[in-house]
Design a binder for this molecule. Sequence first.
Ligand code: ADP
Length: 484
Amino acid sequence: MSNFGGFLIEANLIGGQWAAADSGKSIAVTNPATGQVIGHVPDSGADETHRAIAAASAAFKSWSKSDLSFRVGLLHKLHDAILDQQETLAALLTAEQGKPLAEARGEIAIGAAYIRWFAEEIRRAKGEIVPAPTGDRRLLVTHHPVGVVGAITPWNFPSSMLARKLGPALAAGCTVVAKPATATPYSGLAWGKLIQDVGFPDGVVNILTGSARAIGGAIMASPDVRKVTFTGSTEVGKTLIRQSADTVKKLSMELGGNAPFIVFDDADLDAAVEGAMIAKYRNMGQTCVCTNRFYVQAGIHDAFVERLKAATAALVVGNGAEPGVQQGPLIDDAAVEKVEAMITDAVAKGGQIVQGGRRHGNGGTFFEPTVITGATSAMQFATDEIFGPLSAIFKFSTEEEAIAAANATEYGLAAYAYTRDLGRAFRLNDGLEYGLIGINSGLITTVEAPFGGLKESGMGKEGGSQGLEDYLSTKYVCLAGLKA
Ligand code: ADP
């Protein structure tokens, strides 16, 4: 079995040392495309987490005061090291997560880009000198690393989700205790090896695998962890927000979505279908910014459905490690059952399956990319995140109706719309209650822009200059008595 060039690491990184769980227990990690066990990672709990927090606290003392040029230099080395290993890390990512290799390569590249972005951005994290109300005073506003950061990441982007937490944390001078998702721990642990290889001081980054409740609970309870950054479900996010109250932590929460994708009659049909395919089927529909609901205006509805159906039928489903595959397996059985249940529910309420609709002939957790028309607000996918390769198409008549339907959810992460009317584009910007809005694009995540949701999709931003602010505390110092 491949050890992926030494990147298949089966230990926790605590204080610069790789170690098994205290109990000696481990958890098997399987390749969702083959069902085969790739390896085992530590089944750690609270004790290991306490030690990781202690290591991060100790390292914070010097790391937070280190020269900016030292940190920036290490981050650039880290960026280069990841790209040097892009093929190996992409293969590891596909093996544990299932996404096609081309998407895995892209995820490694954007992870590297986040590291570089924050290495650049920290050099511009300026403070302020504010005009004082009296002449004997100078008012300074200064930024400081927030402290030890707890980072909890999901299985759908196990490499880049950690990158956009590590990048700003390390640039700012924070130290980190990270917990990758149990289904996909290797891409997270690989960051630990890269970080050690390029020479970050011991304890600056600590990575643990194991019980989410125990590790998460210890991170949330610790007064030494000053910030927690989480990407995952709204349900778990709410738990963490509650748990943060006792120690009043700073929080960044990237939670669930229910993205609308609105196609107006005046849209460029080719562009809309191309954007729809990316926004819906990337990572087999398993991203928090994936389209959950297509709203298509009556005049373009049938043409759009015809084209989307054909493009969906043409998707190549298989093991993501094989050339040409565009759709891998879903992450696990529960994910398949959820999609099946949503299809059953929709059909019972009058929806029509025009493409796919069943488990794929490959078996396992492969599922046929599916298109359903005649969707209504009574169907389960109108309110719940699908997280699978199912396109649900609603028909609408007016712009007001589309915006109101798009906003009829407690989520507010990503929204997409296709129109050639500039005035409408600005009305959508004003009207859509979403943190990320793609007008005439189905793929808008980029390191330069702030990624983050409104409403129950979360708080805080990742990427952009805003992504750094979340890792900095602001202090105001008044220098008084300056008159001669
Ligand atoms: P997803 O299904 O997208 O992975 P989850 O919210 O279930 O979303 O998981 C995201 C991350 O949060 C994972 O690393 C998971 O192990 C972790 N997690 C799940 N439950 C808890 C919890 N109670 N406390 C802390 N972390 C948790």
